[in-house]
Design a protein around this ligand. Structure first.
Ligand SMILES: [Zn+2]
Length: 611
């Protein structure tokens, strides 16, 4: 899945709407190997399949030229002492959505290859050129599905970017051929009606006939067909119709028939336990963010993402427990498992989350060595990445050197000593010192009442309605993301009236009001000495969301709490610390919004305070 939190786009869209450009600078560089190559001397080696307790590995011209005991030291090579360390193939994350800094972030944590499962189609030709080269780079290589096969208004269409869809009655073969012509490396098919994630919300999805046709079309083009599922029945349909693999473990109990079918049809599974842990609120992302072996190399945006969750719904511990049980059964049956994080989603970070995914696979019954294979040679074999994923003669020198022995404790992969891409050492600049963002503007202690909505106010030229402090209020709707919901703000009877209609057109619709606390919209204020967001609400009885936007960058995902606006004015007190993952030193906005279900809504808020 990609981010199913619509509001991650609200901040970016709001920022765009009012003309603010987000600048994102990250420093990284690489240094070339010595002209005489590299020599890893007397190191423990995981070759992609098994562990060698003591070996030497020789690198030249970007390739592994030899692995063995007591190799002759090549004159002029750079010697790297392997005592106490383990050399691994660069990791391959088999499920990502790789935008922006993703490939740079990945490489810093030893992930040298990512397999994008729905992403930017424009970059497909360039990716092929880049990954064939042996140049110095600070980016992981990327393979990509490009656009996925999904139904109109189905999963994957809700992120505000135009994507092609396969309508009922349209020819799957033509659709798949178009993806291959664009440069898709494999074909990703989405079976998702959202019933595993919501009691009420449903998304259109492909029929079984379309699924079968799309899989056949992919195979006719000599491409793998991989399938997104959340339900057992969809997983079974995909496998029985010839899918090469599933790119998620389904999040409900499986059965022996599915395991047998996956084994018989030789299907693989990319469980993506990291993102399922986010749904479960299992706090795996936070543990990665707080691991001292990883945290200094995480950008502020990665830390925000790791601590983010999906929406404000209740925790669902069962989904992780079910997924782990299913993975255990598949593993015991000998089904190929590939480590993939679904990075790009809340609770994950490119690169860093692979170390957590391997730990989760061990929790599901893989030995540490099997988890390492799931992150290296198995994805390489299943996706036919013939130049990587193992340490063997002739393969690309994409390497990860760690302290300790991950066969004893899988978390040893986090103690990174060095990363090499194409035989070149990758510079791994620490992100904590240099990327520590300044705290937000300080508010005077007297700035507590945001607005009581008494008297009149005039909307400014920037479209923002002034408040007692900060830059004020603005409407926000899903029209920014291609939706059709409408809404308006009104100052009436000394309160802020918010009304409108949630309309179909966007899978995660919203409409409401956003308040910017800093002197310029979307800039941060420091609320770390404040305790609560307090306001009064009344309305039509629906459940609404209060969202807090915060973090070092504007794209940070909001934290959400719900409140009910009933017929009588009721005070709502939301402890700021209860907004999961919020960065209270850098608060950029509060929003009060309606979402599902569709239809008209109306609520009022008054006496909004940060205390
Ligand atoms: Zn995904």
């Amino acid at each position: 899945m990609m981010s199913r939190n619509p509001h991650s786009r609200v901040a970016a869209a709001a920022a765009m709407a009012i003309g603010i450009a987000a600048a994102c600078v990250s420093a990284a560089s690489s240094s070339a190997e010595g002209a005489g190559g590299l020599f890893f001397d007397d190191v423990r080696v995981f070759d992609g399949v098994r562990m060698h307790e003591r070996a030497d590995v020789s690198i030249r011209d970007g390739r592994i030229v030899a692995i063995g005991a007591q190799l002759t030291f090549p004159e002029g090579a750079e010697r790297i002492d392997g005592a106490g360390k383990t050399l691994l193939p660069g990791l391959i994350d088999a499920h990502t959505h790789s935008w922006g800094d993703a490939r740079r972030d990945a490489l810093r944590f030893g992930v040298t290859t990512e397999l994008d499962m729905m992403g930017d189609r424009q970059q497909l030709p360039r990716l092929k050129t880049e990954r064939a080269a042996f140049v110095v780079t600070d980016q992981a290589d990327l393979w990509s599905a490009g656009a996925a096969v999904t139904a109109p208004k189905g999963h994957g269409t809700q992120y505000g970017m135009a994507v092609p869809t396969l309508a009922a009655g349209e020819d799957a073969t033509t659709f798949v051929k178009a993806r291959v012509a664009e440069g898709s490396d494999y074909v990703k098919i989405i079976l998702e009606d959202f019933s595993a994630h919501s009691e009420t919300m449903r998304l259109p999805t492909l029929t079984e006939a379309q699924t079968r046709a799309a899989i056949a079309a992919a195979h006719a083009e000599d491409k793998l067909a991989v399938v997104h599922v959340s339900r057992l029945r969809d997983g079974r349909a995909a496998v029985e119709n010839g899918a090469d693999g599933l790119v998620h473990m389904f999040v409900e109990p499986g059965d022996a028939a599915f395991v047998a079918a996956a084994k018989r049809r030789n299907a693989f599974v990319v469980p993506t336990l990291s993102v399922i842990a986010t749904m479960a609120r299992a706090d795996e992302g936070r543990k990665i963010a707080e691991d001292a072996r990883l945290s200094p190399w995480l950008t502020r945006a990665q830390i925000d993402a790791l601590k983010a969750t999906y929406g404000a719904g209740a925790p669902r511990p069962d989904v992780l427990a079910d997924a782990i049980r299913n993975v255990r059964a598949l593993h015991e049956a000998g089904v190929d498992l590939l480590a993939g994080t679904d990075a790009g989603n809340p609770g994950t970070a490119h690169g860093a989350s692979m170390h957590g995914e391997m730990e989760l696979l061990v929790r599901a019954g893989l030995t540490p060595t099997q988890a390492l294979a799931a992150a290296t040679s198995t994805p390489a074999r299943r996706f036919a990445l013939s130049d990587r994923g193992r340490i063997a003669e002739g393969l690309r020198a994409d390497l990860l050197l760690v302290d300790g022995d991950p066969a004893q404790d899988i978390r040893a992969t986090r103690a990174i000593v060095g990363v090499w891409k194409n035989g070149h050492a990758v510079a791994r600049p620490r992100q904590d010192a240099q990327a520590e963002a300044p705290r937000g503007e300080t508010l005077p202690a007297s700035a507590e009442l945001i607005d009581d909505f008494e008297g009149t106010a005039v909307v400014g030229a920037n479209g923002v309605w002034p408040a007692k402090f900060g830059s004020g209020w603005a409407p926000t709707t899903d029209q920014m993301a291609g939706g059709a919901s409408v809404g308006k703000l009104d100052r009436a009877n000394g309160a802020l009236a918010v009304s409108g209609e949630i309309k179909p057109g966007f899978a995660f619709p919203w409409s409401g009001a956003i308040y910017f606390p800093a002197t310029a919209p979307m800039q941060p204020v420091d609320l770390s000495d404040r305790g609560e967001l307090v306001f009064k609400a009344r309305g039509d009885g629906r459940t609404y969301s209060a969202m807090l936007f915060s973090g070092a960058q504007m794209q940070s995902m909001p934290s959400m709490k719900t409140f009910v606006a009933g017929p009588e004015w009721t005070e709502v007190r939301l402890p700021l610390a209860s907004f999961n993952g919020a960065d209270l030193a850098r608060v950029r906005g509060f929003a009060f919004t309606a979402g599902q279900p569709l239809g008209a809504f109306a609520f009022e808020i008054d006496d909004v305070r940060v205390k």
